[in-house]
Design a protein around this ligand. Structure first.
Ligand code: CP
Ligand code: NVA
Length: 327
């Protein structure tokens, strides 16, 4: 398997074998890190980390992984560069590619990261766009593999806004890996029809399947993985909270949903999560709408079935694998 020089923009660009290779490489790098065996094979290289939206996990994962691999990093924060304001994406790509060996980009439209990659002669990695969050997918697959030992046949139910980066990416991932994806949400939040069709066609070749349902009982029945994400994503206006709470509260991941899932079901969430009142936004929402938990109840979040912190750690090992494989 040779992925040298490849961009990592969305999983649709990769074969199932390539995805599996990256997850297995991450597992190996994780094992080595736990044993204290250094893997600093990219000494002397440098990577640029562009964040037009905020981040905890993705930024820290790229920084720690790059340092572990022996590389230097430069972080460009949401306001601290010329990108998009005084300088185009095409020009930025050519400037940064002259100084760095790889470029991570988190921002808005997928077309921006695609353009960055088109004009960059070094690999570009998508650290989240409105449409896709591919680095998160490798962490989720590693977590599923560690827990269940396999992906094929796993039933994953996604509850919440399935039209956005997480719903789209999980649907693609399940299709590619022969898993059964269910979007369990109000019809308004179903993924875009053309992507659904594309994923159904992929799933037909891998043994996976794609289901869209508004029925919580049917959608969560016997699921192996119940997955959710915030109801309002970065970059969306504050005014939509009211509508989202109204529409998505029936699809909150709570004990009833977990109890209806498979006996050994686990809970995953890309994080950050609103499961209590220990955040500024959480408190504000409670004042405005009277609810203290949103997409997941604290009971589920803190339960034995919740693998969210293992999943978060796996962001680092999988991002390390992407850089090690493409550089
Ligand atoms: N899951 C995730 O991408 O987290 P951050 O926004 O903290 O990077
Ligand atoms: N849908 C979320 C994912 C955060 C990791 C967002 O885009 O804000």
């Amino acid at each position: 398997m040779n992925l040298k020089g490849r961009d990592f923009l969305k999983l649709l660009d990769f074969t199932s074998e390539e995805i599996e290779y990256l997850v297995d490489l991450a597992a190996d790098l994780k094992d080595k890190k736990k044993k204290g065996i250094p893997v600093d094979t990219l000494r002397g290289k440098n990577v640029a980390l562009i964040f037009e939206k905020t981040s905890t996990r993705t930024r820290c994962s790229f920084e720690v992984a790059a340092h572990d691999l022996g590389m230097g990093t430069t972080y460009l924060d949401p306001s601290g560069s010329q990108i998009g304001k005084k300088e185009s994406i095409a020009d930025t790509a050519r400037v940064l590619a002259g100084m760095f060996d790889g470029i991570e980009y988190r921002g808005y439209g997928q077309s921006i990261v695609e353009e960055l990659a088109e004009y960059s002669k070094v690999p570009v990695w998508n650290g989240l766009t409105n449409e896709f969050h591919p680095t998160q997918m490798l962490a989720d697959l590693l977590t599923i593999k560690e827990h269940f030992g396999y992906y094929k046949g796993i039933k994953l139910t996604y509850m919440g806004d399935a039209r956005y980066n997480m719903g789209n990416s999980l649907m693609v991932t399940c299709a590619k890996m022969g898993m059964h994806f269910t979007a369990c949400t109000s019809e308004k939040y179903f993924p875009e029809a053309s992507l659904v069709e594309e994923c159904k066609a992929i799933a037909a070749t891998t043994g996976g399947s794609i289901t869209l349902t508004e029925d919580v009982k049917a959608g969560t029945k016997d699921a192996d993985v119940i997955y959710t994400d915030v109801w309002v994503s970065m970059g969306e206006p504050d005014e939509i909270w009211k509508e989202r709470i109204h529409d998505l509260l029936p699809y909150q991941v709570n004990k009833a949903a977990m109890d209806n899932a498979g006996k050994n079901a686990v809970f995953l969430h890309c994080l950050p999560a609103f499961h209590d009142l220990d955040t500024k936004i959480g408190k504000d929402i409670q004042k405005r709408f009277g609810i203290s938990e949103m997409e997941v109840t604290d009971e589920v979040f803190e339960s034995e079935q919740s693998l969210v912190f293992e999943e978060a750690e796996n962001r680092m090992h999988t991002i390390k694998a992407i850089m090690a494989a493409t550089l």
